[in-house]
Design a protein around this ligand. Structure first.
Ligand SMILES: [Zn+2]
Length: 82
């Protein structure tokens, strides 16, 4: 079991932001991986689907943003989050 932080690539500023949601997976990736790589052709866990549909602030531009593209949503092992 490992805990992951959900990150997304921001459409507003092009940088990566942390959603602030953590998820625990039985068999998750060892390194940062995109949701599309991990769940290729499978249903997303509810926590990820919810995080994706949530609208968040971009801290750089102060614009509201969200990310629906699975290629631009990432799971990062908490051990790797600095
Ligand atoms: Zn941003």
């Amino acid at each position: 079991m490992a805990t992951y932080s959900i990150h997304f690539l921001c459409n507003e500023c092009g940088q990566e932001h942390q959603v602030g949601t953590c998820i625990t997976l039985e068999a998750g990736p060892e390194d940062k991986a995109s949701v599309s790589d991990i769940y290729h052709g499978r249903d997303l866990p509810l926590q990820i689907a919810t995080a994706k549909s949530n609208i968040t602030w971009c801290p750089k531009t102060c614009m509201l943003t969200s990310q629906e593209d699975n290629d631009r949503v990432f799971l990062v092992p908490m051990a790797n989050v600095k």
